[in-house]
Design a protein. Structure first.
Length: 347
């Protein structure tokens, strides 16, 4: 019945709000545990997962034993969760086999072959079919209550009545599912941490630590040649305080130095709850491969870059570049010295 009708029937009932973050953590823990056992794991709906067992026959000749190990691994990773595992020739049959306990199947880890699939699926209600609610409603109006009823009709007749979903329903009811198991490829955040030898209270030491973390995450093989779209920075202070900041870039960044420079601009003026003890940088989103626009005259660009490097070294040693450019100030003046001026120049 709808939840809103429950208090009228049972006043002692306690209605709890759903905790979707908790569900997501359980789902993630389950998938991580399964990926320790099998190379191809696909995230399903409603706390389910699909595993491609092809090629694992030599390691685990007994499929039932492998299913038991998978269920145990999931229950251990996602604490307080009871997992049920089943195997079939395709995704749909395997899912129905995993739900078989509700149909009175007592076998703990059922394995359904392709030949057994049509008879096994026959007693299941049609609402298990992954089709639209409208098609399910119309199937019920035609008196097709079970998958066996659907399998008794020709695929052409169902397609003529219900369109492509009709043919798919006919194939699934016969135990035919052409959808492959697609391995999930989740992006795991690239993180790097740094513990300062002493609590940091000045920006100079903070920037040094930040630059070190930027270079570390930039060289990680998980990033490959892809650009950076989003990072998270967290700092822990001596008073057990935590400071966090998420930075999303308007354009993907494909250069390590530019990433550090942009972070500096974004963090200027940030207020920390105390002296910083440790710093963590986490890349939470990546963009496409980095594509740089090359200059038409590469030699000129290289020459200018060498000039900039030389000028930077001079400025670091002497405090000034010693370079100036002539700019017009008062070209109408009668005094020659006032017509032009020397202005500091940095290429």
């Amino acid at each position: 019945m709808p939840v809103r009708e429950v208090p009228a029937v049972c006043r002692e009932a306690m209605i709890l709000s759903p905790d979707f973050d908790y569900y997501a953590r359980i789902q993630s823990a389950m998938l991580d545990a399964l990926e320790e056992w099998a190379p191809v794991v696909e995230e399903g709906e409603d706390g389910s997962a699909y595993i491609d067992l092809a090629g694992m026959e030599r390691l685990y000749p007994d499929t039932g034993e492998l299913l038991a190990r998978l269920a145990k691994a999931v229950s251990h990773a996602a604490k307080a969760v009871r997992a049920r595992a089943a195997a079939g020739p395709n995704k749909f049959v395997a899912r129905m086999a995993a739900l078989g306990e509700k149909r009175g199947i007592q076998e703990p880890f059922p394995v359904v072959s392709a030949a057994e699939a049509p008879g096994f699926l026959a007693p299941f209600p049609v609402h298990h079919l992954p089709v639209s609610d409208d098609v399910k409603r119309r199937l019920a109006l035609f008196g097709l209550q079970t998958l066996g009823h659907v399998a008794g009709l020709s695929a052409a007749a169902l397609e003529a009545q219900f369109g492509p979903e009709g043919r798919r329903a006919a194939e699934l009811a016969r135990g035919i599912d052409r959808e492959p198991v697609v391995a999930r490829r989740p992006f795991r955040p690239i993180a790097a941490s740094l513990d300062f030898p002493a609590p940091v209270v000045d920006w100079g030491s903070f920037w040094v630590g930040l630059g070190r973390l930027v270079r570390e995450v930039w060289q990680r093989k998980e990033r490959g040649q892809r650009t950076v779209r989003q990072v998270e920075l967290s700092a822990r202070t001596g008073e057990d305080g935590v400071w966090e900041r998420s930075v999303t870039f308007h354009e993907p960044i494909g250069d390590c130095e530019r990433l550090e420079a942009v972070l500096r601009r974004r963090l200027e003026g940030a207020a920390f709850p105390g002296a910083v003890v440790s710093l963590t940088l986490k890349v939470t989103a990546l963009g496409g491969p980095f594509v740089a626009q090359e200059t038409l005259f590469a030699a000129g660009g290289q020459r200018l870059q060498r000039i900039k490097e030389a000028v930077a070294k001079i400025k670091a040693k002497t405090g000034t570049t010693g370079l100036y450019r002539i700019a017009e100030v008062e070209p109408w003046s009668r005094i020659p010295e006032r017509r032009y001026a020397l202005i500091n120049f940095e290429p």
